[in-house]
Design a protein around this ligand. Sequence first.
Ligand SMILES: [Zn+2]
Length: 352
Amino acid sequence: MKYSFKIGSAWGIPIEIHITFILLMVLEFVLSFPQLYFFFIILLLFVFVVIHELSHSLVARHYKIKVRKIVLYPIGGVSEIEEIPESPSVEWRMAAAGPLTSFAIGLVLLGLGQIMTIRVPVMPLIIATGNMMLELAQLNILLGAFNLIPAFPMDGGRVFRAFLAEKMKFSDATKYAAFIGRLLGVFMTVFGILYDFWLVIIGVFVYIGATEEAESTIVSTTLARVRVKDVMHPQAAVARPENTVAEALETMFKARYHDILIEKEGTLQGIVAWGEIMKIKPEQRSKLQMQQLPLKQVSIFPDESVLEAYKLMSREKIGLIPVVEREEPSKVVGVVTNESIAYAYEKAKTLR
Ligand SMILES: [Zn+2]
């Protein structure tokens, strides 16, 4: 199931909103009806979270790091980057940009709040000033401060990991930062049960975020160390361009592969994904030829990392990738599949 929905994009980076944020907006709309004061606060919080996340993305772009997407949560956003920056000094700069931006917005609003006042005659969100400008200032400072907590998945956790990574292995630094994140998540949840329900939600979010961050980092650092040639299968399911879809399907079932390579006189033409084959109606499968289906031109060299193979496969939405010689890129020497990547990961973990 999909938990976040695309709402737009900036500089080619898709921006998604998480379902919890939508639920919070609906909840605040209902609870604060008909004055809608809280609802507008949440709506503006949304704008500030977007600005916060975009500041991360801008720094990432500056260092030529690709941002895959931005997901917006009520207590901040997550910028999913293509790969974690190698150098700790880049990572902490990227991470610190968000909280600094939130603080800057907060201070500007604080200044504006001294000059002009937007008075709203209802119980306000944070303190009882009734001055919306000051509340938005506080909201931004809170957003910045919360994200500075030195634990994953907050920005402060990244700064903390970068700091540790100067002194120890990157994967160990990640483990410590994630451990502190989980610990904090547990504390927040327990404290929240006793005092404030919202803290429970934040605590659970922090706990899950810390765990996910640690896992994805460990997976990528592990897979980066394994070479394609050490996990590839020497054989693949292969069809010729003039083969029918039905013939190709039979080859795939026999070889137990999900996608099929198309070869013409021993040279690789490309790969047809399982999804494309499944789009063909059963009655057409014996008539349609494989060359009429969309072909993906993607391959990897034996000396590249399994992480690279994994990234290409998830980007192209394929279950296997052909391995070709560097000297002769049309000659297939094997394939890497999802299963071989999972195997490589398990093996590398036990050997570590
Ligand atoms: Zn941030």
